[in-house]
Design a protein around this ligand. Sequence first.
Ligand code: THU
Length: 160
Amino acid sequence: MRHELNLKATIFLYDQLDQLSSTDQELVQRAKIALLNSYSPYSKFKVGASILLEDHTILIGSNQENASYPLCVCAETSVLSMAGSNYPKDKILAMAITTKGPKIAQYPAAPCGACRQIILEYENRQSHPIRILLYTVDQQIIEIPSIKMILPLHFDNRYL
Ligand code: THU
């Protein structure tokens, strides 16, 4: 027998930044500030990420490229490594990601597959979802309640 299984993902869209809570607005603003430190001379695609810790501390990171292209570090990975290294016991409540690149797409850019897997590890390690906000100027804001929404059938430590 072949069974069909439909995997469901729920995300939320906002038309404007002022529809977000003041904390979320601040988180997005900090991700925009993070864009300024993006080192992306090769792709010309800037990515800024910010994370909100339980005690309301906000950390920021950006993509850091390398002439050896595969060594480029994504903004999400960059800021999560900082959180894990410096605040290992603090729960991460939310992450905002913003991009600035040469093209305008219909929706804000979403984290790459590798970053989704890395975000998943942080979610699992703290047993608490990380809400994700995607923001690109002049586009709707996307809110994703957990990385699991956009990483169905994921691989994690349940198999190890
Ligand atoms: N990039 C990120 O920082 N995060 C992602 O989720 C996708 C891609 C960066 C890597 C590289 O510096 C540039 O964007 C173009 O791929």
